[in-house]
Design a protein around this ligand. Structure first.
Ligand code: FES
Length: 205
């Protein structure tokens, strides 16, 4: 059997940790950012989305059950409510732990007619994984996604906050080479960038 980290079984949700087992992991920096964010919103419930981004950064790119429980704790909400919000949006990585770099491949209509499926196939073959899986070294996860709203650049990929396109197989080879040499996780970096955008809005208000 191939040595990869499989895509999750979507029918199984991670279990919330018991209250007494909850280990809070937000750093001092994150706690300061959280209190700045909270000043910007009328109540804690309204701050769920940016706090989830904060948690995604603090927990290394994935919103595990522990991460969602910590968000619930800081915002005085139930775990079910936080999980319900987090799992609604595909930008939060709740289904399974993603690799250091998440490559999202658009396979929606425009990208599809511009070779999007072949790009997905080539990328997966190159990394020796199936869509949704993570390479055994934890470096790459590949997800097919719906329209990235950059159809004029089809076929398009998203890595972190970057839209890349139009891409071809040579571009993919070069992208993988570059990402292997990238020291920081593009998934964590992206989460941090979203947090910083929220904080800039807070400062401006
Ligand atoms: S169809 Fe791929 S970006 Fe719109």
């Amino acid at each position: 059997m191939k040595n990869v980290i499989p895509a999750s079984n979507l029918t199984v949700r991670p279990k919330a940790p018991k209250k007494e087992e909850l280990e809070l992991k937000f750093s001092d920096k994150a706690m300061k950012e959280l209190s700045a964010l909270l000043k910007h919103y009328p109540n804690k419930k309204a701050a769920i989305l940016p706090t989830l981004w904060l948690a995604q950064r603090e927990y290394g790119g994935t919103l595990s059950a522990d991460a969602m429980a910590e968000v619930a704790f800081h915002l005085d909400r139930s775990y079910a409510e936080i999980e319900g919000v987090a799992t609604f949006y595909s930008l939060y990585n709740t289904k399974h732990a993603v690799g250091k770099h998440l490559i999202e491949v658009c396979t929606c209509l425009t990208c599809q007619v511009c070779d999007g499926f072949n790009i997905l196939k080539y990328l997966c073959a190159k990394l020796d994984i199936k869509p949704g899986e993570t390479t055994s070294d934890g470096l790459f996860t590949v997800h097919p996604v719906e329209c990235l709203n950059a159809c004029d650049r089809a076929p398009v990929l998203q890595v972190g906050d970057e839209y890349l396109g139009p891409v071809d197989t040579l571009f993919i080879d070069e992208l993988i080479r570059k990402l292997k040499e990238t020291p920081d996780s593009t998934v964590v970096k992206y989460a941090d960038e979203v947090v910083q955008v929220h904080l800039r809005d807070v400062e401006k208000a």
